[in-house]
Design a protein around this ligand. Structure first.
Ligand code: CTP
Length: 410
């Protein structure tokens, strides 16, 4: 799979935000990879980086003004979008995101975006309260539903001194997303099923047993496999994430429902079980809310074991060609994960160590996984969950591209 961006053309819109300085590095990465890049700098963007730096790095005229007679005669906002294969907005401020949602055409950037007939990738960057504001969250959901792809934001310290979700993804991660976009679709013709999120096992109409899984890793994997061209069915427990664009998403609550939905999605070539399936469910789901019983001892909760979805798929008569699971271990990571690989009859496990800080893995944007197969252990080093997803899609592609033993003999 070639990773050069030679003959590829991108339009980068830099809007106002301190993360604009990271876009300079993104321009450098695209140029270094042989790609062609033109840039639009908004008025806000100009407060953080200068047109001169952007022009010097992109080796192109920088466009800033909708009403520039010179720019319009030489290039024009329609041509700016038509001549790009991909439009990237990085950083995408809360304001430009809202403007795209509403179809505003106030300046060169928003007019170009409104007139665009090309795929758009946005990299949001803002204060965490602005990001978590329902207005922004609704805007992001609306954009994703229209097929606009998003990367990030990530969690971390912010320039304003606060901490939270809202940092723009690192230039390397945005660059990886651009690369994934430009690849031919190597998994075209393959069917994948992915499980994600927690399961929720009811005790009565208002109470349940569940866990802290956010679904971020599983959803990112479903998105990455879709970007690589696979036909993806995502079977998700309850999460606070939008359905990934282009992915057939089935919503379930219990492990039993998740297993049923997985079996209905067969046959598939690839199965990735990223869900944190509850190991147990209450034996009884009471029809009515269980009441306090005064001085009596509190009711005991009897549990039954849930089906093991990964193990069931890996031993199924319609077993996918490649069955991949996750393993969260507190100790002896590689030994325990290797034993789990064999016990569950799966092909690969992505294992991570969870210790006293294990709560941090849930809902975090970073993950440090090891890829464990029957013959190899690879340390993938800490990286964003999106980067883990892209790397896994690449590994799956490489594996499926390898000739099988009997093919090689032919
Ligand atoms: N898994 C599953 N169904 C279950 C339990 C787990 O499909 N009922 C899958 C998870 O999606 C994950 C893998 O099995 O891919 C390993 O999950 P993990 O919780 O680490 O393993 P357990 O089987 O629960 O083993 P243990 O808790 O003893 O480590």
């Amino acid at each position: 799979m070639s990773k050069t961006l030679k003959d590829k053309s991108a339009l980068l819109i830099i809007s106002g935000g301190i993360a604009a300085y990271k876009s300079l590095e993104l321009i450098r990465l695209i140029k270094k990879s042989g790609g062609h890049i033109r840039c639009i700098l908004t008025k806000g963007g100009e407060q953080f980086v200068t047109p001169l730096s952007v022009a010097a790095l992109s080796e192109e005229t920088v466009y800033t003004d909708l009403w520039s007679l010179k720019d319009e005669t030489e290039m024009g906002h329609i041509r700016l979008s038509r001549e790009a294969d991909l439009i990237i907005v990085a950083p995408a401020s809360a304001n430009i995101i809202a403007q795209i949602v509403h179809g505003n055409a106030e300046d060169l950037a928003t007019t170009t975006l409104l007139a665009a007939d090309k795929p758009i990738l946005i990299a949001p960057a803002m204060n965490h309260m602005m990001w978590n504001n329902p207005a922004t969250q609704d805007n992001i959901t609306a954009l994703q539903a229209r097929g606009i792809e998003t990367i990030g934001p990530t969690e971390g310290d912010m320039a304003c001194g606060e901490h939270g979700m809202g940092r723009m993804s690192e230039p390397e991660d945005i660059f990886a997303a651009i690369n994934a976009f430009f690849f031919e679709k190597p998994l075209e013709g393959y069917k994948a099923l992915v499980t994600s999120g927690p399961t929720l096992e009811p005790l009565d109409p208002v109470r349940f047993i569940s866990n802290r899984s956010s679904g971020k890793q599983g959803h990112a994997i479903a998105s990455a496999l879709h970007k690589f061209g696979a036909d993806v069915t995502l079977i998700s427990g309850p999460v606070a994430l939008p359905d990934p664009a282009g992915v057939n998403t089935i919503h379930v609550e219990t492990a039993a429902e998740m297993l049923k939905a997985c079996e209905s999605a067969l046959p598939a070539n690839i199965a990735v079980c990223a869900a944190a399936v509850s190991d147990w469910a209450p034996t009884q789901n009471a029809d009515h809310k269980i009441k306090k019983r005064g001085d009596e001892t509190p009711p005991a909760i009897a549990l039954k074991e849930n089906p093991d979805i990964l193990k069931t798929l890996a031993s199924h008569k319609q077993r996918p060609q490649l069955v991949i699971g996750f393993a969260a271990e507190t100790e002896n990571l590689t030994e325990n994960a290797a034993a789990k690989l064999a016990r569950k009859n799966c092909d690969w496990l992505l294992a991570n160590l969870v210790g006293q800080d294990d709560k941090k893995i849930f809902g975090e944007d970073q993950n440090h996984v090891y890829l464990i197969t029957s013959s190899d252990t690879q340390d993938w080093r800490p990286m964003s969950k999106q980067a883990v997803a892209t790397k896994l899609a690449e590994e799956i592609t490489n594996h499926l591209e390898q000739p099988k033993v009997q093919d090689a003999a032919e």
